[in-house]
Design a protein around this ligand. Structure first.
Ligand SMILES: Cc1cc2nc3c(=O)[nH]c(=O)nc-3n(C[C@H](O)[C@H](O)[C@H](O)COP(=O)(O)O)c2cc1C
Length: 314
C-alpha cells in the first residue's frame, strides 16, 4: 500500500504544463493531459497541439483524447505517437453538454458496443509499448449503473488499465462518489484499476485504498491550490502521519506556479488563467474573499505576486 501510484486527474482549464510540473515537484507519479479532441488532433490545429505538448520531466505522461468515431479516434491516437506519450487515455466520462451531444465522453456509456469498438481500433493503431487506458463513470444515471459490465467490456476490447470516477454522468459533480463501485469493479477485473472521486486529504486517500483495494488513485479537485497533497499522501501511507503545510510553503508554491506559467504562456494569458488557480490556494483560509477580489482585478503578474505576499505574510 505504501508505493501506490498517485495520478493527477485530467482537469480541463487547470492541468496545463505549469500545474503538472508543480505537482511533479510535489511527487505525483503520473500526469494526464487535459482532454484533447480527436477531431482537432487529426486536423492538426495549433491550439490542439499545445494540449499534447509536454516536457521530459513530466514523464510518465498520458494524453487523453475524446471523440465518438472509432476511425477518427484511431487516427488521433496514431497522430500522438510522434510526441512519444507513455500512455494514451480515452475519455468516456465527461458529462459536459458540448462533448456528450457529439456522442463522446460519458455518452459512450450508453453505447458500450461503440465504446468497445473505439478501444479495439485505437489499440490496433498504437504499439503495445504504449498502454491504453479508459476513464469512465459509474453509468449514465442512477437507473443505468453499468460500470461493471462496461469496465469488463473495455478490458475485453483491449484496454490495459481503467479509471473509474464513481459518479454517474447526470450527477456531474454533485453528491458523493460511491466507492463501492470501485471495489466491485476491482474484484472483477484482471487489469489494474485507478480509483477516482472525492479524495481531498491523506486520510481519504488511505480510506479509498482500504475500502476498494484499487491499484492506484487519481486526484483532481483536491489538488487544486494544494499540489503538496501528493507528498502528504505519500508520507501518510508510509509513516502514518504527514507534515502540515506552512504559510511560507503555500506562498512559495503559489509563486512558483506563477513562474512556471510564465515559462509556457504570455503574461496576459497567465494573468487571466491564473486567477482561478490562485483563488484555490486561498480557499477556506482567512482573507480569501479579499484576496479573490484583488486577484480578479490584477492586470500583471507582479501585482498577483504582491497580493499573494500581502495575503500570506500580513
Ligand atoms: C474543472 C474540471 C475539469 C475536468 N476536466 C476533465 C478532463 O479533461 N478529462 C476527464 O477525464 N475528466 C475531467 N474532469 C474530471 C476529473 O478528472 C475527475 O474525474 C473528477 O474531478 C473527480 O475527481 P476529484 O473528486 O478528485 O476531483 C474534470 C473535472 C473538473 C472539476
Amino acid at each position: 500500500m505504501t508505493n501506490i501510484p498517485l495520478y493527477l486527474a485530467p482537469l480541463a482549464g487547470y492541468s496545463d504544463q505549469a500545474f503538472r510540473r508543480l505537482c511533479k515537484d510535489w511527487k505525483v507519479d503520473y500526469l494526464v493531459s487535459e482532454m484533447v479532441s480527436a477531431d482537432g488532433l487529426i486536423r492538426d490545429q495549433d491550439k490542439t497541439l499545445t494540449y499534447v505538448t509536454f516536457s521530459e520531466e513530466e514523464r510518465p505522461y498520458s494524453v487523453q483524447i475524446f471523440g465518438s468515431d472509432p476511425l477518427v479516434m484511431a487516427k488521433a491516437a496514431a497522430a500522438l505517437l510522434p510526441f512519444r506519450p507513455d500512455f494514451i487515455d480515452i475519455n468516456m466520462g465527461c458529462p459536459v453538454r458540448k462533448v456528450v451531444k457529439r456522442g463522446a465522453g460519458s455518452a459512450l456509456m450508453k453505447d458500450p458496443a461503440l465504446a468497445a469498438k473505439i478501444v479495439r481500433q485505437v489499440k490496433s493503431a498504437i504499439p503495445d509499448s504504449v498502454p491504453l487506458s479508459v476513464k469512465f463513470r459509474s453509468g449514465w444515471d442512477l437507473n443505468s449503473l453499468n460500470y461493471l459490465d462496461f469496465g469488463l467490456r473495455m478490458q475485453d476490447a483491449g484496454a490495459d488499465l481503467l479509471c473509474l470516477h464513481a459518479r454517474t454522468s447526470s450527477q456531474v459533480f454533485s453528491g458523493l462518489s460511491n466507492w463501492e463501485h470501485i471495489q466491485i469493479l476491482k474484484q472483477a477485473l484482471s487489469i489494474p484499476l485507478i480509483g477516482n472521486g472525492d479524495i481531498d486529504s491523506p486520510e481519504t486517500a488511505a480510506k479509498m485504498l482500504k475500502d476498494t483495494s484499487c491499484d492506484a488513485i487519481m486526484i483532481g479537485r483536491g489538488a487544486l491550490g494544494r499540489p503538496w497533497l501528493f507528498t502528504q499522501i505519500k508520507q501518510f501511507l508510509k509513516e502514518g502521519y504527514y507534515q502540515p503545510i506552512t504559510k511560507d510553503q503555500i506562498l512559495s508554491t503559489a509563486l512558483t506556479h506563477l513562474d512556471y506559467a510564465l515559462l509556457y504562456k504570455e503574461e496576459y494569458v497567465v494573468v487571466r488563467e491564473m486567477r482561478s488557480q490562485l483563488c484555490h490556494y486561498a480557499k477556506g483560509m482567512p482573507g480569501s474573499k479579499e484576496l479573490r477580489e484583488k486577484i480578479n482585478h490584477s492586470s500583471s503578474v507582479d501585482e498577483l505576486r504582491q497580493h499573494l505576499r500581502h495575503w500570506l505574510l500580513h
